[in-house]
Design a protein around this ligand. Structure first.
Ligand code: GLC
Length: 820
């Protein structure tokens, strides 16, 4: 690869060329405390809320060569002054002999060699702590003594991130830094905006004596800031000014004089950037001055990921697939679950966008095996912003739990999204199938109200919340009999006016009903199962009567009955989601499923992924809304909106087409982008949200990496549907749908306390079909692995092959999830 390589043994991607097409990032810590670290050491850190409690000033829109948030200088004493460089390449941009950014699980490690000095810096947030640690090791690679100074620097922001950019008098007048010099020579710098003095202080400190410090950017850069980050003039002085800033652009720079470093000698410094209550800062800052504490915290971080990833480990004939499924995709799932769409280099965490109901409901489905408790905690919060009528608030703010309706609308438009509430049904169902924690269904959670205080709000069990979600959709249908769109559905940007209707919502509803039928049957509530089955049959009939367009399903109907996503339209003729979801919901019977998926393949597929729709709308049209604000081929307007691709993979597995499901998987696997990375531009170790489609001149260009529903769904498509390791109420179902050429695969799956060592054999080279299953050498009936209570590992052999006719028809019945 031009910019780096995967090192699976260490669960890292290693960037070896810092001049990546855009900044490639990694996450440290969590939303509780943490943020982004880019591959040249810049960082954007916040605590609890990126909009309201931000610590570091990181401006993504500045050129890649600029200092952003946090950096570090090393200076080598020379007879006539100092040679200054940054071991992170940016912002000094010196020639390097080696540059490696190891993108690790919850840490970023940058190893570089400049001018005979090796610097090795590991950046991470110790689990559960409110501090970023930078563990710095500097080695003299030369054969002569060198006199070295190390100067780590942070630039602070006002805690109210947006204010930092909207006022340049009030903000700087409030920004203050105090310094405390400790007896051992270490220095603690405390930064706060004046009114926060008694509430929360940011702090920056290190574990070794400090010669001097700087807190005022203007003094550090020098020459009235005609000095630059590439060459801060104060670094030519022997000492920094020791000014405690009382206004301005505040920074924290600590000058450490390491003295003479012998050939081969390594010196280690640990810095901490954190936040705490004022009275606690001094004590907190002591913790990671201890190198033992730093090492122990780093080991603890590794142990967290060991445990998280151990729930599912696979070995297939495809290395890029293994790398994504074992490491990078589940890791991204944890990141999206944690950060929602709050903070990335593309979603800047400044505005009114909180945690999305729809987004997080899908995100939790990606972490159920590894982090069930975190998933449950997030689901509780989501359910608490569901309204008594069953619909949901569109988003909430984690610090206050205030919720709102999302984007502002034109007068007369609906205040709700037609789909939000349906996603939580799938999430809860998947959670209980994974964990067996059926008690969660009985837990009481309040419904949301803007007016009533928490104590006075109506309460209902989780199951009641799910029932009301389904009821809302059942009772909000339009003239065609399909569910009303509301302001929009999953596709935020198609905003039709009046009583428009949505085929995707009908299908989401159908899928949610299937989950509920399954659950009710398992719980023995036959009456409810019967009622939900009738609702499913009814909606299936409506969809097939009104939305089948000849070769595919239409996507929407305007209030006057005009279809959208139909051959009748000149633009937006076919939409992917109307095909994948009608299959996923069991609405499309086999003929239509195959036909609809064929249409996706012939009209929407490209070598870079499946487009969301085609042809793109060419010109703004207020009757359709946001989708027409993009040129054809971008984002939701005929772009490859990646989130929708795994749904097609899932649909393909449901019709037994393992080769095509895997083709669709592979064509968007970022780890398989070796040859196209120059065009793709984004990180090869995580999914982006969007790739420009083939109607756009920059076809193949990816943007909005990391925080996308693509992550959860691609993981689910890979594990549950392609590999076919599907949790169900009775146990773990094994029903792979793989490329026919595979000889099989191996998997270790930890499920409800049992470890299954699974070997799938495919001697006849079929895509789908299980002919025998043995556990510990004994054959079992069917393909559902039972839950054991002995806490032991059980070896399981699954043989795929061509099924005899009777078995096959049972199987295909299950596949199309007929309502019986
Ligand atoms: C963004 C939103 C998501 C929406 C999608 C399609 O990813 O976060 O909620 O479904 O766009 O419009």
């Amino acid at each position: 690869m031009k910019y780096g390589f995967f090192e699976d043994a260490k669960r890292e991607y290693v960037i070896t060329n810092p001049k990546t097409p855009v900044k490639w990032t990694n996450y440290v810590g969590t939303l509780a405390f943490g943020g982004i670290v880019d591959h040249t050491g810049g960082s954007l850190i916040c605590k609890g809320d990126p909009a309201l409690n931000r610590i570091v000033k990181y401006m993504p829109q500045l050129p890649s060569s600029e200092f952003k948030g946090e950096g570090m200088y090393i200076r080598i004493k020379q007879p006539d002054g100092y040679k200054i460089f940054s071991p992170f390449f940016v912002p000094t941009l010196d020639h390097y002999d080696k540059y490696e950014c190891h993108v690790g699980l919850g840490y970023q490690r940058i190893v570089s060699e400049f001018y005979g000095i090796r610097t090795d810096v590991t950046i991470f947030v110790p689990p559960g702590e409110n501090v970023v640690v930078r563990d710095i090791k500097v080695t003299n690679l030369g054969d002569e003594l060198v006199e070295l100074d190390v100067v780590p620097v942070v630039e602070f922001t006002h805690f109210d991130a947006l204010k930092q950019y909207t006022n340049a008098d009030w903000v700087p007048q409030t920004m203050t830094v105090d310094a405390e010099k400790n007896a051992d020579g270490t220095v603690l710098l405390r930064q706060y905006a004046f009114m926060k003095k008694q509430y929360e202080n940011n702090f920056f400190t290190s574990n070794v004596p400090v010669d001097s410090f700087e807190t005022d950017r203007k003094v550090f850069l020098g020459d009235n800031e005609y000095g630059t980050w590439a060459n801060p003039l104060e670094l030519q002085e022997d000492h920094l000014s020791n000014i405690e800033a009382r206004r301005g652009d505040t920074i924290a720079a600590l000058l450490h004089k390491l003295g003479e470093v012998a050939p081969g000698e390594t010196k280690r410094i640990v810095t901490q950037l954190g936040q705490d209550e004022p009275a606690k800062v001094t004590e907190t800052s002591k913790k990671f001055r201890s190198l033992e504490a730093v090492d122990a915290a780093f080991a603890e971080l590794g142990a967290f990921w060991d445990e998280y990833l151990s729930k599912n480990w696979i070995e297939t004939p495809d290395a890029a697939f293994n790398s994504m499924v074992n490491i990078h995709n589940p890791r991204q799932c944890h990141t999206t679950m944690n950060w929602s769409r709050y903070l990335s280099l593309y979603q800047l965490g400044l505005g009114a966008r909180g945690i999305g109901f729809r987004d997080s409901s899908q995100d939790v489905m990606g972490v159920l095996a590894g982090a069930p408790d975190e998933a449950k905690a997030l689901m509780r919060r989501l359910i608490s912003v569901q309204l008594p009528n069953g619909s949901a608030m569109h988003q909430f703010f984690p610090l206050t739990m205030e919720a709102n309706e999302g984007d502002s609308r034109e007068e007369g438009d609906k205040q709700w999204y037609g789909d939000d509430h349906l996603w939580i049904v799938q999430a809860v169902s998947a959670y209980v199938k994974e964990t067996g924690d059926y008690a969660f269904l009985d837990e009481e959670i309040t419904f949301y109200s803007k007016e009533l205080p928490l104590a006075e709000r109506e309460k209902g069990t989780v199951l009641e919340h799910l029932r009301r979600a389904l009821e809302f959709t059942r009772t909000h249908t339009g003239k065609q009999g399909l569910p009303l769109l509301g302001f929009a559905d999953w596709n935020d940007t198609v905003n039709l006016h009046g009583d428009a209707e949505s085929v995707m919502i009908a299908s989401l509803y159908g899928r949610a009903l299937l989950e509920m039928i399954d659950l009710m049957e398992f719980l023995g509530d036959k009456t409810s199962a019967r009622a939900y089955r009738a609702n499913h049959a009814h909606m299936k009939k409506v969809v097939n009567e009104v939305a089948w367009d000849g070769e595919w399903y239409a996507r929407y109907f305007e209030e006057d009955g005009t279809p959208i996503g139909s051959k009748e339209n000149s633009e937006g003729q076919i939409y992917t989601n109307a095909q994948s979801w009608t299959v996923f919901s069991g609405f499309a019977d086999e003929d239509r499923a195959l036909q609809a998926l064929e249409s996706v393949n012939s009209k929407l597929n490209t070598p870079c992924g499946i487009k969301l729709s085609w042809p793109g709308y060419d010109g703004f049209d207020p009757a359709k809304g946001g989708v027409t604000t993009y040129p054809p081929g971008a984002k939701e307007n005929g772009g490859i909106f990646l989130h929708s691709n795994p749904w097609v993979m899932i649909a393909e597995t449901m019709v037994g087409n393992g080769d095509r499901a895997f083709q669709y998987y592979n064509q968007i696997n970022p780890a398989a982008q070796n040859d196209t990375i120059e065009r793709f531009e984004c990180e090869p170790y995580c999914y982006p949200q969007n790739i420009l489609g083939d109607e756009h001149p920059q076809f193949g260009l990816a943007r909005n990496s990391w925080l996308s529903g693509t992550s959860s769904w691609t993981y689910q498509a890979a594990v549950k549907h392609i590999l076919g390791l599907m949790p169900c109420h009775q146990g773990l179902e094994v029903n792979p749908c793989i490329p026919a050429e595979w000889d099989g695969f191996k998997a270790t799956r930890k499920f409800r306390g049992t470890t299954y060592n699974i070997e799938v054999k495919n001697p006849d080279h079929v895509s789908k079909g299980v002919v025998s299953v043995t556990i510990d050498g004994e054959a079992i009936e069917g393909n559902v692995l039972p839950v054991f209570t002995d806490g032991k590992a059980h070896s399981t052999e699954v043989v795929m092959g061509v099924m005899v006719e009777e078995e096959q028809s049972q199987e295909s019945q299950k596949m199309v999830l007929a309502e019986g």
